[in-house]
Design a protein around this ligand. Structure first.
Ligand SMILES: [Zn+2]
Ligand SMILES: [Zn+2]
Length: 879
């Protein structure tokens, strides 16, 4: 036992979160509590953080994601595991490059002015200076990452891992180069993977063009210049005679030459049943073109402008060209009709520019064989996805996976380790830089592209642990235990880690994947800058304290349900923190003369046995919930115990003993129960509210240097006391019944009442009689126990299970006035009920009002009905 602090002045009246948070975090960090030790004999438990963008700052999603991880890692650390929470940041290709490009633009420069090397140096400098923001903010959140192991996707080790995997995949022919139609962002000048293209419904025109003997519709008339074929369905009799023919079609720019092909991809029901094939500018057409050997004609360039192949339209913006071509075709009588049309348009997820499908040489990973393994691992239960519903989504995506384009036309990132021979065009992919062609000795040029950011973050679970070297960290902490992530990156990231982990390490990267929901605003709206409803986690932490912020997120993190965050919620849990603080003050200011050794010899009374039994049950429940990742239930169990049982009941009962000097043994026993219960509860709560629990724990008698390395409570089965719970249930029931009557009859809190308790078979007279003094004090009512009592005239009735409680009202309330008041209130309730029911009966309300408003109205009516029932009962007491 460390030295006791029993001076009540040692704890301030109010909980000041900012001061406490600023004091403890550096102490924990300096003492090395966050550090993982690969040599430790303890059982390992590891989590890799989803690396935030190095450009980023903490948003509410991080707040939730990292709080959940911290809850798990702190709990496991206390539970005796050798824990590693591996931190790091992601270089975030486009995002970071854009930030620095903007800086340059402000100086009137472009990245071309600097040249590649200088530009990349400039990005590194920016990263060193400004890239640490999010790390500081994670510390503010209380995240207990092992910061001595902080990694960055572009640091030396991770870059080596990227190169090694690239070379292996290339050697095994799983990486290849190919002409392919890609999603191209003309603004960002880079290829985008399918996942990086957002779809948005937009209005457009469907233009029916006279096409020689045929008429066909298109939303993209500007690509007509790139047509090299026409396609019909093989079974479509209308066009059978044209199949195989080459037609010269009069067009705006002379004629276009197209070959008519029959292909199953054509829907004969859609439009005229004929489509023009533009292999250079449409993914479906590209595939059709491949199948029928149609030439590719590129009329729109990488800059989004028409190319020389577009003839008189060369140099025009693609959208201007669309208008102009329609006008020109109209003038030539080539347009049959134009109809309005609504369709999904692909947009760059970053800059919202309309994506242009373009053919270019790109690097690909053939992920199909990798995906097979990743599917098997989940099927076999080696990776468990929680909630289970996401498993289906995972399978669906994995089973339909397409080749992954991994090259990006950026400067910031892992440059592809491939060199082209200038003399013979041969490609050389290598672990070390190539300076001359290994075949002919000729000069070489390195591929300028970099890899998709997700390529490096896909290696995160093992690259951060030292792979490709065989490190103690890798041997100890891989596979990791848990991955906590948001559902929106399940494909970007989780799927790729699963594929790469199995491919490289021959073992799953993590055993459990917990997928959490989205944090929305109080109305359930998605937070967005344009709506102006974005909540800043740092502001909330400043205003209400980090513990309250964390607890709110955890308490709302129900599986499969989005979180609706409001200030009131956080305020509510700030009150919870204050409640805990005040409870601790009460305990701490009553520890004079406390002797832990002597206290252990005292006998616990009913209340002490009860609160201890409740504590054991709560510990069991919290552990069970955390094991199943029911974070909200875990938080709820602690909240209910601490506030609803410990503060509301046990502290009230304990006060009676604490203020008695005539029975020192009872005082000591109560001190003991208070100290041990509060101390254990703090440990139970620590992973959720790390700061306030440490602050209080340090002042209580305790063992060890910090709560964060103290043992996580384990339930002691023999201390679960069903008898004590039942008996205290009776006591609390009777007290509550009398308190309710006092409230309903508006009797002053200080006024002593008199009550007759009629026990039943379940709660015999002896039990009630033995606890009558306790009931009397808590309920402020003189209690008589009478087995054969019946309700006296002018008394209120309370029913608790098989017990009846009669509270005398004669002389306590003015019966006449009370009768009048109750009648008036019943009338008011009747009116409110009638009003609410009428409103709900109106079809325009019930059907058109938002479901929430209707629910609220229903709830109001139900409340009034319950109130009315109570009022009617009360009226019968004073009648
Ligand atoms: Zn873009
Ligand atoms: Zn060569």
């Amino acid at each position: 036992m460390s030295e006791q602090q029993t001076d009540p002045a040692a704890i301030s009246d109010r909980y000041e979160p900012a001061a406490v948070e600023a004091r403890w975090y550096p102490i924990w960090e300096e003492r090395g509590y966050f550090r993982a030790d690969p040599a430790s004999p303890k059982k390992p438990y590891s989590i890799v953080i989803p690396p935030p963008n190095v450009t980023g700052s903490l948003h509410i999603g991080h707040g939730l994601n990292d709080t959940l991880q911290d809850v798990m890692i702190r709990m496991k650390r206390m539970d005796g595991f050798n824990t590693l929470w591996q931190p790091g940041t992601d270089h975030a290709g486009i995002a970071t490059q854009v930030v620095v490009e903007r800086q340059l633009a402000a100086e009137g420069k472009s990245k071309a002015d600097l040249g590649r090397e200088e530009f990349v140096r400039r990005v590194w400098r920016w990263k060193e200076e400004s890239g640490g923001t999010i790390i500081k903010q994670l510390k503010r959140l209380g995240a207990s990452c092992d910061w001595s192991r902080l990694r960055f996707t572009m640091d030396e080790g991770l870059s080596r891992a990227v190169r090694e995997v690239f070379v292996r995949l290339w050697d095994e022919k799983l990486i290849y180069r190919d002409d392919y139609i890609v999603n191209w962002c003309p603004r960002c000048e880079t290829v985008l993977s399918d996942l990086e293209v957002d779809r948005e419904e937009r209005d457009a025109e469907f233009v029916y063009i006279k096409y020689g003997p045929l008429t066909l519709g298109t939303v993209r008339p500007e690509t007509k210049l790139g047509d090299t074929g026409l396609a019909v369905h093989p079974k479509d009799k209308r066009y059978r005679q044209y199949v195989g023919q080459t037609l010269d079609i009069p067009s705006v720019d002379g004629t276009v030459r197209v070959r008519v092909v029959a292909d199953d991809a054509v829907d004969p029901e859609f439009g005229t049943g004929v489509i023009k094939v533009t292999p250079g500018h449409d993914p479906t057409d590209f595939e059709i073109g491949r199948r029928h050997n149609l030439p590719i004609k590129t009329v729109i360039g990488f800059d989004g402008k028409m190319t020389d192949a577009a003839g008189q339209y060369a140099g025009m913006d693609r959208f201007d060209a669309r208008k102009k071509i329609v006008e020109d075709m109209q003038a030539l009588g080539l347009i049959d009709r134009i109809e309005p049309y609504r369709h999904a348009v692909g947009l760059c997820y970053r800059c919202k520019t309309v994506v242009e499908p373009l053919v270019s040489k790109q690097w690909y990973v053939n992920v199909k064989p990798l995906a097979q393994e990743a599917i098997k691992a989940v099927r076999a239960g080696k990776i468990k996805i929680i909630p289970r519903g996401w498993t289906k989504t995972y399978f669906h995506w994995m089973e339909n996976i397409r080749p992954w384009p991994i090259s990006r036309q950026l400067w910031w990132g892992h440059q592809i380790p491939a060199w082209y021979c200038e003399r013979d065009g041969s490609i050389h992919v290598a672990r070390t830089d190539v300076t001359s062609c290994p075949d002919c000795g000729g000069p070489v040029r390195r591929d300028p592209d970099v890899l998709d950011t997700w390529f490096s973050s896909g290696l995160w679970p093992f690259s951060t642990l030292g792979w490709p070297d065989d490190t103690p960290e890798l041997r100890t902490f891989y596979p990791t235990s848990l991955l906590v992530t948001s559902f929106d990156i399940i494909f970007f990231w989780v799927a790729r880690m699963a594929m790469f982990g199995l491919y490289v390490m021959k073992a799953v990267p993590f055993h459990d994947v917990y997928i959490h929901a989205l944090v929305r605003d109080a109305e359930g709206q998605k937070m967005s800058k344009s709506k102006g409803n974005v909540v800043d986690p740092l502001e909330l932490m400043t205003k209400y304290g980090t513990d309250a912020f964390r607890f709110t997120l955890v308490a709302l993190a129900a599986q499969g349900r989005d979180i609706r965050l409001s200030d009131e919620r956080v305020e509510g849990y700030r009150n919870f923190a204050n409640k805990l603080w005040n409870a601790a003050r009460l305990v701490l200011s009553n520890l004079q003369g406390y002797d832990a050794v002597a206290a252990r010899r005292t006998q616990p009374d009913l209340a002490a046995r009860w609160i201890d039994s409740r504590l054991q049950a709560t510990i069991g429940a919290v552990r069970g919930h955390l094991k199943a990742y029911r974070f909200n239930d875990a938080a709820g169990a602690i909240y209910q115990f601490l506030w609803g049982e410990f503060c509301d009941w046990y502290l009230e009962i304990a006060k009676l003993d604490l203020y008695r000097s005539d029975e020192p043994a009872r005082r000591l026993a109560t001190q003991h129960t208070l100290v041990t219960t509060l101390e254990a509860t703090l440990r139970l709560l620590h992973p959720f509210m790390p700061f306030i629990t440490e602050e209080i724990w340090q002042r209580l008698p305790h063992e060890g240097d910090s709560i964060m390395i103290a043992p996580y409570p384990k339930p002691v089965r023999r201390r679960v006391d069903a008898t004590a719970e039942r008996e205290m249930g009776v006591v609390m029931g009777v007290v509550t019944a009398i308190r309710n009557i006092r409230g309903e009859m508006r009797v002053a809190p200080g006024m002593m009442l008199s009550a007759i308790v009629k026990p039943g078979p379940e709660a015999p007279a002896a039990l009630v009689r033995a606890n009558a003094p306790l009931i009397q004090t808590l309920a402020r009512a003189a209690v008589t126990v009478a087995a054969d009592a019946s309700r006296p005239r002018n008394s209120a009735l309370g029913v608790v299970g098989d017990i009846e409680v009669y509270v005398a009202l004669e002389g306590v309330v003015d019966l006449g006035a009370e009768r009048q008041r109750l009648e008036k209130e019943i009338k008011r309730a009747d009116e409110a009920i009638a009003f609410g029911r009428a409103k709900l009966a109106r079809p325009e309300f019930a059907e058109r009002a938002p479901a929430e408003i209707v629910d609220k109205e229903r709830e109001k009516v139900a409340q009034q009905e319950a109130l009315r029932e109570k009022l009617v009962a009360s009226l019968s007491w004073v009648g």
